[in-house]
Design a protein around this ligand. Structure first.
Ligand code: PCA
Length: 206
């Protein structure tokens, strides 16, 4: 197993997290559940990488309100928690890595990954913000680890929508966990095989 896929434990009052439910269904990859806790998530990620020694790490998190698979381009050196994490912590204006760069770009071919998922009929886009909560912390911590200690490692972060069971009484978008798992498999295969990202224009206007 040369690929590690991480998901997160439930947070914010939810009883499931589609990121882990989908990660478990990918198959052929090592799967680890990360705590939604600022104080411990990066240590758990480091231990998982040390244990599995992967060539690719794809970290996955829930992004409630997003309608498609979003492949994160950027992670920023900021922790700002609108809600408490699972240990009750709410960092404000805090750095993920003290004195680290303001941001990192992933070394994954995000456009090719998005195109491959779309080709399979699943909504997907490149995202330019992973937020300021634990997912962004993990995305930044992974990028920092690659930049400072593991230059050969490929790594990135993907946000996924709510699962249908989480939104039965709201009008929020959702995606079946099986569909998310199928998309994750495509993302892994693309990240492992594509060396140079495809020259399609992406981007957002404000
Ligand atoms: N989503 C949160 C943290 C854990 C998760 O699955 C986030 O987007 O930061």
């Amino acid at each position: 197993m040369r690929t590690l896929v991480t998901g997160f434990e439930p947070f914010g009052g939810e009883s499931t997290n589609p990121s882990f439910e989908a990660a478990r269904r990918v198959g052929g990859v090592a799967v680890v559940e990360l705590p939604c806790v600022f104080a411990t998530s990066l240590q758990a990620l480091r231990e998982a990488i040390d244990e599995h020694d992967p060539e690719l790490v794809l970290c996955v998190g829930q992004a409630g309100g997003r309608s498609g698979i979003s492949v994160e381009k950027v992670a920023i050196n900021l922790m700002e928690a609108r809600i408490p994490d699972n240990a009750g912590a709410r960092p404000m204006d805090a750095e993920v890595v003290r004195g680290g760069p303001a941001a990192y770009f992933t070394n994954l071919p995000v456009k090719a990954m998005v195109e491959a998922v779309r080709q399979a009929g699943v909504p997907a886009s490149v995202s330019y913000s992973a937020g300021t909560f634990v997912c962004n912390q993990v995305a930044y911590g992974l990028a920092h680890l690659i930049a400072t200690e593991r230059p050969g490692l490929r790594g990135g972060f993907v946000h996924v929508p709510y699962s249908p069971g989480q939104v039965t009484t709201s009008s929020q978008p959702s995606m079946a966990v099986e569909t998310v798992a199928h998309a994750l498999r495509i993302l892994v295969d693309t990240a492992l095989t594509v060396e140079v990202d495809v020259p399609v224009v992406s981007g957002e206007i404000a």
